[in-house]
Design a protein around this ligand. Structure first.
Ligand code: 13P
Ligand code: SF4
Length: 342
C-alpha cells in the first residue's frame, strides 16, 4: 500500500520531460546554404585535415597548416572562412589584414597556444640576447610577433636548417616537435615545455599492440607525438605528408597516429587501402573497452550549422591590433619564403 506521504511526494515531483532525439541536421540543405553564401560573399572556405567530413567535403581547400597558410597568402577572395582552430584563422588575418576572416567557433583554441603566454616568452628571451626564436605556427599572434621565424610540422626541419649558425635557437611551444627536429638536424635548441594534449595521449603499448596484430601495416606518426611513439614509426610527418605517404606507398594497411579526422581524406584519396586509427588511452575518459580514436576537442567544435552561421553574420571575426598584425607578418613571410626555396 502506498502511504499518503509517498503520494504527496509523487505529486510534488514534476514529471521528467520525455527524451526526444534531436532532429537530424539536414546536412545537404545546410551545405547548399553555405555554398550560396560563399557565392554571395565572394568567400573562400579553408579547412584543416582534422575537420569533420561534411566540412571537408564542401571546403575549397583542405590541408595541413602549411598548405592553409600558403592558400591564405594567395587567395583573391574577399572573405576568408577558416574551419580549423583560432591560431590558424589569426594567421590568415595576419596575411590579409584588410580582408574579413571569420571562423565557426571563436573558442576553438589549442593546448600548444595556451602553453605559451607572450609575457613568459618575452621574459625568457630577455635572458639571452643571442636567441633566435623559431615558433611553431600553433601559437598566438602575439607570440608570432615576438618570433624571428615561424614553422609548421611540414617545414620545421627546413626552417631550423636555414637558421643563422651563430645564433642560439629557441623553439616554442611544442617540445615534442622540437625534440624531433633536433634529432633530424643535429642542431641543439632550447625547447619550450608545451605539448599537444591530443597527441601525447598516444602510447607505445597501444601502437605496439596494433603493429603485432597487423604486421604488414606501416606506422605513420605525427611529430607532436611522444618519442616512445615516434620510435615505432615508419614515417613521421605533417598531416599533408601523411596523406601523400599513404597514397604513394605500396603498402595496403596503415596505423595512423594523429587526430582521426584525417582518415576521411585518406579513405577518399587512397581507395582499396585500410587505415587503422591508433587508440588513445586516457584513464579519465576511458570507455569500457579501453580504446578510442583520438579527437581534438577544439577542432571538433566546428559544425556545419556554426559554419553557416558565421557566414550569415560575418562573425565571429578575427581582429588584431595593427602593431601585432604588422610585426607577426614578418616571421610568417620568412617561413613562406624559406619553404618556397628549391
Ligand atoms: P599539421 O596539419 O600542420 O601537420 O598540424 C597538425 C596540428 O595539430 C594542427 O593543429
Ligand atoms: Fe592544438 Fe593538438 Fe588540437 Fe592541433 S590537435 S589544434 S596541436 S590541441
Amino acid at each position: 500500500m502506498v502511504s499518503s506521504a509517498t503520494q504527496e511526494l509523487e505529486q510534488a515531483i514534476e514529471p521528467l520531460p520525455v527524451w526526444k532525439p534531436k532532429p537530424p541536421v539536414d546536412a545537404p540543405a545546410l551545405s547548399a546554404e553555405i555554398l550560396e553564401l560563399k557565392r554571395q560573399l565572394n568567400a573562400v572556405i579553408l579547412a584543416h585535415n582534422y575537420q569533420v567530413p561534411e566540412i571537408q567535403d564542401l571546403a575549397d581547400f583542405v590541408g595541413d597548416s602549411l598548405g592553409l597558410a600558403q592558400q591564405a597568402a594567395t587567395t583573391k577572395a574577399a572573405v576568408i572562412v577558416f574551419c580549423g582552430v583560432h591560431f590558424m584563422a589569426e594567421t590568415a588575418k595576419i596575411l590579409n589584414p584588410d580582408k574579413i576572416v571569420v571562423l565557426p567557433d571563436k573558442d576553438a583554441g589549442c593546448s600548444l597556444e595556451e602553453s605559451c603566454p607572450p609575457d613568459q616568452l618575452r621574459a625568457l628571451q630577455a635572458t639571452n640576447p643571442n636567441f633566435h626564436t623559431i615558433a611553431y605556427i600553433n601559437c598566438s599572434a602575439e607570440v608570432k610577433a615576438l618570433s624571428d621565424v615561424i614553422c609548421t610540422s611540414g617545414n620545421a626541419v627546413r626552417i631550423v636548417e636555414a637558421a643563422p649558425p651563430e645564433k642560439d635557437l629557441l623553439f616554442v611551444p611544442d617540445e615534442n616537435l622540437g625534440a624531433w627536429v633536433m634529432e633530424q638536424t643535429g642542431r641543439p635548441m632550447t625547447l619550450w615545455r608545451g605539448d599537444c594534449y591530443a597527441h601525447v595521449e598516444f602510447r607505445r603499448e597501444s601502437v605496439l599492440r596494433l603493429r603485432e596484430r597487423y604486421p604488414e601495416a606501416k606506422v605513420v606518426v605525427h611529430p607532436e607525438s611522444l618519442r616512445e611513439v615516434r620510435d615505432l614509426a615508419d614515417a613521421i610527418c605533417s598531416t599533408e605528408k601523411m596523406i601523400t605517404y599513404c597514397r604513394t606507398s605500396p603498402a595496403k594497411q596503415f596505423v595512423i597516429v594523429t587526430e582521426s579526422g584525417i582518415i576521411h581524406r585518406m579513405q577518399k584519396e587512397c581507395p582499396g587501402k585500410e587505415f587503422l586509427c591508433a587508440p588513445v588511452f586516457d584513464v579519465n575518459r576511458m570507455p569500457t573497452d579501453g580504446c578510442r580514436c583520438s579527437e581534438c576537442k577544439y577542432m571538433k567544435m566546428n559544425t556545419l550549422a556554426k559554419l553557416r552561421d558565421c557566414m550569415l553574420h560575418l562573425a565571429p571575426r578575427v581582429d588584431l591590433p595593427r602593431a601585432v598584425l604588422e610585426r607577426a607578418r614578418l616571421p610568417i613571410e620568412r617561413m613562406l619564403e624559406i619553404s618556397s626555396r628549391r
